[in-house]
Design a protein around this ligand. Structure first.
Ligand code: NAI
Ligand code: MG
Length: 370
């Protein structure tokens, strides 16, 4: 009798010997931020005992302006083959199509091209950071799971417009909603519940009282939820959710919502945890992932050393988790926390590092080694 076939691998897959990472520096503050995250990567790789190879892909609005396309021709294949992609923000407000929308943005190209259907945006108020509400560190710790491939943004470049009127459509599909809602429930199972009560909870945010697309989103949410009786469910309309994310953020654990709502509400959440510079994210699909800050290219502060690079560093941590290096991801998060609580990083009221971008990088690198 032939031996039994090996059991399928369970849990975390074993990490590759050499991590194959692609880097997109992006526009505006992107290159400064990515440079900072790469310094942290170098340090954490040495400590965690892994090696990596980096390939840089020039993409975004600057690339569009100089090369006539936002993303090189064969880039999607390269990104899909990588163990992970670290992307800086892109966008130059002066680079626009004749219809008035910005040219050179990568959201549509990468999210649809790689089918990264979930945009995972952790919101945590860390020690040493002052948020816009009265809450303290530890009280805000939830994740926004933003649907990333449909919703209102599927109309990008496809709406109908004359000089006098313009219309975009919001598309919600059953299959698109099912997979992102399932992702949210699976994520809740891996977490330890909401800060206020330790209850694992997924909140569905929509405007199903008004729009049929959102009513479908909610219906599918309820169907998927039946398979997760161990996770509490909650429904909120988006306007009430905006209120509650400010008034009672401690009650949230995981929230799932349509693309446009997730875009807007996660910037609101960012204000409660110290600003956009505190928020990293992971775009994840079945066979590709890329990590990027939740914010844009901040042209108002580009090249001045005023940007908070923690958004990019925390994005790196999410990428390391995804690339089967969760111990390295944890090291990065712990280093960020200890640099913040030990006073190595000081942020202004506007969320800018008081002693400059480089000082934050240095503080995190130092905290990594101690
Ligand atoms: P933004 O997110 O770039 O900036 C909003 C405000 O937050 C600005 O005052 C900026 O200085 C500040 N800010 C952002 N990141 C910061 C950081 N790390 N540290 C300190 N302050 C920070 O949004 P804005 O100005 O509306 O858009 C700028 C460009 O970014 C546009 O071209 C837009 O299309 C693009 N964009 C790109 C995104 C991406 O690549 N994923 C996402 C959002 C916008
Ligand atoms: Mg946004």
């Amino acid at each position: 009798m032939s031996p039994a076939p090996p059991e399928p691998a369970s849990g975390t897959p074993s990490p590759p010997d050499v991590l194959d990472l692609v880097v997109i520096p992006g526009d505006g503050i992107g290159p400064e931020l990515v440079d900072s995250a790469l310094q942290v990567l170098e340090r954490v790789a040495a400590l965690d005992g892994f090696t990596y190879e980096l390939t840089t892909v020039d993409a975004g609005a600057g690339a569009y302006r100089s090369a006539g396309r936002a993303l090189p021709e064969d880039a999607l294949e390269r990104l899909r083959a990588a163990d992970g992609v670290l992307k800086g923000p892109v966008g130059l407000p002066e680079v626009r199509h004749p219809d008035g929308t910005e040219a050179g943005l990568l959201g549509g190209l990468l999210r649809l091209g790689l089918d990264t259907f979930a945009n995972v945006r952790p919101m945590r108020l860390l020690p040493g950071v002052t948020g816009a509400t009265r809450h303290g560190p530890g009280e805000i710790d939830y994740v926004v799971v933003r649907e990333n491939t449909e919703g209102l943004y599927l109309s990008r470049g496809a709406g109908a417009a004359t000089p006098h009127a313009a219309a975009d459509q919001l598309m919600v599909t059953r299959v698109g909603t099912e997979r992102v809602v399932r992702y949210a429930f699976d994520l809740a199972r891996k977490r330890s519940g909401a800060a206020a009560d330790g209850v694992r909870r997924v909140t569905c945010v929509d405007k199903s009282n008004v729009l049929r697309s959102y009513a479908l989103f909610r219906r599918v949410f309820d169907e998927v939820a039946e398979a997760y009786p161990d996770v509490e469910t909650e429904h909120l309309y988006a306007d009430a959710a905006a209120h509650d994310l400010v008034a009672r953020p401690q009650c949230f654990d995981v929230l799932v919502m349509e693309n446009f709502l997730g875009d807007v509400l996660s910037d609101l959440g960012a204000a409660t945890v110290g600003g956009l510079g505190m928020c990293g994210s992971l775009n994840v699909g079945a066979d590709a992932a890329y990590a990027e800050p939740v914010h844009g290219s901040a042209p108002d502060i580009a090249g001045q050393g005023l940007a908070n690079p923690l958004s990019q560093i925390l994005s790196l941590a999410l990428l390391l988790d995804h690339a089967s290096r969760p111990s390295a991801g944890d090291r990065v998060r712990r280093a960020v926390e200890s640099a913040l609580s030990g006073g190595g990083i000081e942020l202004s009221d506007r969320g800018r590092p008081v002693r400059g971008t480089g000082s934050v990088t240095a503080a995190v690198c130092e905290a990594l080694s101690t």
